[in-house]
Design a protein around this ligand. Structure first.
Ligand code: FAD
Length: 503
């Protein structure tokens, strides 16, 4: 984009929505807005085939299942179209220490008592030699270990998807166009704002066309053409806690059955993902340029992929952090334009979805009010801070000390909110979810135990149980999970039966 110019103009009822960018963020926004308000709005989406999308972002979390339900998207059609597989969690390999692994699954572990979470009973069982691994009491985790999957009655299995990002955008494009969205191919070269209101008046394309609107949604990815360049909203850099600022991605042929989890394999200066789809595997390494050069990182990636590479590794640079405001004037940023932490817990697509749902709840049909904008920004900021803390946890709490990267992560000062959570768990075994926080107690517990924090004590409620009672309690949970898992089909078989892509 060359420059931004200003004219006069004012805020008005929102009838014309312009979405700039057609990656996952742009098309998810287009799909949802058109499905809900398509009959009342004029919705345009501008994208440039020449520029393309970031091309990664293929692991999701269970909230996407709900998003699709809101849009009444048929799961089998979606999965076949995006060559998707099921995801039950993330396998963290070498994170606690070299060669020590754990799974953060999407399931609930054990059964809580109202006074005390299951971890207290498990902790006592562990002390008394009566309990197995914490993960033995979680259905999704055990199913992941056994590489099995099936839908269970009453939503008895929590899951997400691995999907082909390019195919997902295509799928959502068809959906959106059916609901009235007009796609415009072209490169954005200019953004005109009003000198009076500071609002965006129009976007100019390389063809010379001016696209006017009432509400502009910036989905232009890391370029942030609207929120950053035109509206000049600053970016808060969190690289003091999140060291990674680079990634290299490569797709490979599948060589075996698709496992129902993302693999996250730690390296001395970052980590590597493996995302199994029906037709290929997505791989990438996320690393810090302070600790490793590009060539070194790519070498580490290529030494650890299975199957023939389908492309040359592609390097992506980013600054971990968040825009100070995601909504300013009549411009709302969604997706990478609004910020990016890093992909370790697959939270980015979830945040896109949250941004869209929040927009629908506050849709400014009668004109944009500053109190809506302030509320939106406040909610978005709180949400991202919680996720930031959860991500920092993975690096800070580790027994690894084999490289400067891990030593520095272990020794860094973390945000006070995170420090408190870790100390509370370490001393008492307690975890409390802050309202609206994405990651619930059980996620924090799985990751803290997985990363090597063992609480010093447990709640008295667990002490009220004698050994026999406790043993029966733990045994009955484990027995019922083992039985269910043994009856599940293999994940690969299930995908082939349920949603096989025509390829
Ligand atoms: P993009 O995909 O970059 O789309 C930007 C759009 O804007 C494109 O259509 C482009 O053509 C258009 N555009 C840009 N400039 C112009 C212009 N001048 N004119 C016209 N159009 C323009 N998220 C997850 O949830 N799970 C993951 O596993 C995950 N892994 C990731 C791994 C890495 C290494 C990275 C960097 C990100 C990952 N993410 C992940 C984040 C995820 O990729 C993004 O949130 C998601 O793809 C949305 O991207 P986007 O639509 O905001 O941007």
């Amino acid at each position: 984009m060359e420059h931004s110019k200003q004219t006069t103009g004012g805020a008005r009822p929102v009838r014309r929505v312009v979405i700039a960018g057609g990656g996952t963020a742009g098309w998810m926004a287009a799909a949802c807005i058109s499905k809900v308000l398509g009959k009342r709005l004029d919705i345009k989406l501008i994208e440039s085939d020449e520029i393309g999308t970031v091309g990664v972002g293929e692991a999701t979390i269970p909230t996407l299942v709900h998003f699709h339900k809101l849009l009444e998207i048929n799961e089998q059609e979606f999965m076949a179209a995006t060559k998707a597989t099921f995801k039950l969690g993330i396998s963290f390999e070498g994170w606690r220490n070299v060669k020590e692994d754990y799974i953060h699954s999407f399931g609930m572990t054990g059964t809580d008592h109202w006074t005390a979470g299951f971890q207290h009973f498990w902790h006592k069982g562990r002390e008394r030699g009566l309990a197995g691994d914490y993960g033995d009491y979680c259905l999704e985790l055990r199913a992941a270990q056994e590489k099995r999957f099936a839908h269970l009655p009453r939503d008895g299995m929590n899951y997400a998807y691995h999907l082909d990002a390019t195919a997902y955008a295509r799928f959502l494009r068809q959906f959106s166009e059916r609901h009235g969205v007009q796609r415009i191919e072209g490169k954005i070269v200019d953004v005109t704002t009003s000198a009076l209101t500071g609002h965006i008046r129009s976007i100019t394309l390389d063809s010379g066309a001016d696209i006017e609107g009432d509400l502009f949604i910036d989905c232009t990815g890391f370029r942030a053409l609207l929120i950053g360049q035109a509206m000049k909203v600053d970016y808060e850099d969190w690289s003091q806690w999140l060291f990674n600022d680079s990634a290299a991605a490569v797709q490979t042929m599948s060589v075996g059955e698709a496992v129902p989890y993302t693999r996250s394999i730690a390296h001395g200066f970052g980590w590597q993902w493996r995302i199994p789809l029906q037709h290929r595997v997505g791989n990438g390494i996320v690393f810090s340029s302070r600790y490793a050069g590009e060539e070194q990182a790519i070498q580490a990636l290529m030494d650890n992929v299975e199957g023939e590479a389908l492309m040359k590794p592609r390097v992506i640079k980013f600054t971990p952090g968040q825009r100070r405001q995601v909504w300013k004037g009549n411009c709302l940023a969604i997706g990478l334009a609004s910020g990016f932490l890093e992909p370790i817990e697959s939270t980015s697509i979830h945040l896109i979805q949250r941004s869209i749902v929040r927009l629908m709840q506050m849709f400014p049909s009668d004109g944009i009010s500053q109190s809506d904008v302030d509320e939106y920004n406040k909610q978005a900021w709180t949400e991202i801070e919680h996720i930031r803390d959860f991500i920092i946890l993975h690096y800070h709490v580790t027994n690894r000390g084999d490289t400067p990267y891990w030593r520095d992560a272990r020794n860094m000062d973390v945000p006070a909110s995170l420090r408190h959570k870790i100390d509370l768990f370490r001393e008492t075994g307690r975890v409390f979810r802050i309202s609206n926080e994405l990651f619930a107690e059980n996620s924090w517990i799985q990751v803290m135990l997985g990363q090597g924090v063992m609480p010093a004590s447990h709640h008295q409620a667990a002490d009220l149980m004698g050994d026999i009672e406790l043993s029966q309690f733990l045994g009955s949970i484990k027995g019922s999970i083992d039985k269910t898992v043994s009856q599940l089909p293999s994940h690969q078989q299930y995908v082939e039966r349920y949603c096989k892509s025509p390829m």
